[in-house]
Design a protein around this ligand. Structure first.
Ligand SMILES: Nc1ncnc2c1ncn2[C@@H]1O[C@H](COP(=O)(O)OP(=O)(O)OP(=O)(O)O)[C@@H](O)[C@H]1O
Ligand SMILES: [Mg+2]
Length: 256
């Protein structure tokens, strides 16, 4: 594969993170390349969200280095290249005073000067994102009145509105029914294959997407990286790290 000749989107070396003497992440190294689909799994409290926050510059590593698109994270400025849907993003207060269009428009703010009005380019990007997520008919609804699955799509449309090259999703499925989830996984797979968007997807639902993903990262303070997720399903190391029986994951996959 020619993949190794590219500049990685993320390059993480010997990253560690501690809070008040408690080690949360320990000597983690990996690279993520353009148009990959990476799933991240791991037990609650294993450090997945913390790792993502470090990749986004929201937390500073205690030791180690992070590069984005070949640049040291301290010098990186093109944050609009990265779309991020945080954990619990869809649990908006039901009285939150914004329409769906307002929320998706927020995805353009990093490209605009503060207080300047939306350009045609901004409006086109917002329209495209809403089309991709199939929420055009919801645009004037108050976001607080939507269902969990609809809110999820709105939050992803907001992330897509910056026309990112990479989309990071932190367990976006809370409160979403099985049917909507399936549509959602198909959509992620389409964004990856057809739009060439790199996807980093934190999930507990690994069996269902095993056929879509390229690599699997298991994070539990340390990282285990599996380049062939289908083999990982029976990988003893992974099951130990994840703290559950890997065969359960395997069987789960075949129930769907
Ligand atoms: N800023 C912080 N201050 C104190 N503790 C923190 C901080 N950030 C993370 N932690 C701790 O780090 C550990 C990892 O948390 P993190 O949210 O990254 O786990 P996670 O893998 O995302 O878990 P989950 O699957 O429940 O979302 C937890 O024990 C958490 O309490
Ligand atoms: Mg988390």
């Amino acid at each position: 594969m020619s993949i190794n000749h590219q500049v990685p989107i993320f390059e993480v070396k010997e990253l560690s993170f501690s809070v008040r003497g408690q080690k949360i992440l320990s000597s983690i190294s990996f690279e993520i390349f353009n148009s990959e689909y990476v799933a991240i799994i791991g037990p609650n409290g294993g450090g997945k969200t913390t790792l993502i926050r470090i990749l986004l510059g929201l937390d500073k590593p205690t030791t180690g280095t992070v590069k984005l698109f070949g640049k040291k994270i301290q010098e990186f400025k093109k944050w609009h290249k990265i779309g991020y849907v945080p954990q619990r993003a869809s649990l908006v207060d039901s009285s939150f005073p914004a329409t769906v269009l307002d929320i998706v428009n927020m995805g353009r703010t990093s490209q605009r000067k503060i207080f300047s009005s939306m350009t045609k380019e901004d409006r086109d990007a917002v329209d495209d994102a809403m089309k991709k997520m199939d929420i055009c008919d919801l645009k004037d609804k108050m976001v607080g009145t939507l269902s969990g699955g609809q809110r999820q799509r709105v939050m992803i449309a907001r992330a897509l509105a910056s026309r990112p090259e990479i989309l990071i999703l932190d367990e976006p499925n809370t409160g979403v029914d099985a049917h909507s989830q399936k549509n959602f996984y198909e959509l992620l797979s389409r964004l990856n294959k057809e739009e060439n968007i790199t996807i980093v997807f934190i999930t507990h639902d690994i069996g269902v997407i095993a056929d879509d993903i390229g690599r699997l990262f298991t994070i539990n303070q340390k990282a285990i990286i599996c380049n062939d997720p289908k083999k990982a399903m029976s990988c003893e190391d992974m099951s130990k790290l994840y703290g559950i029986d890997a065969h359960l994951i395997h069987n789960h996959k075949h129930e769907h």
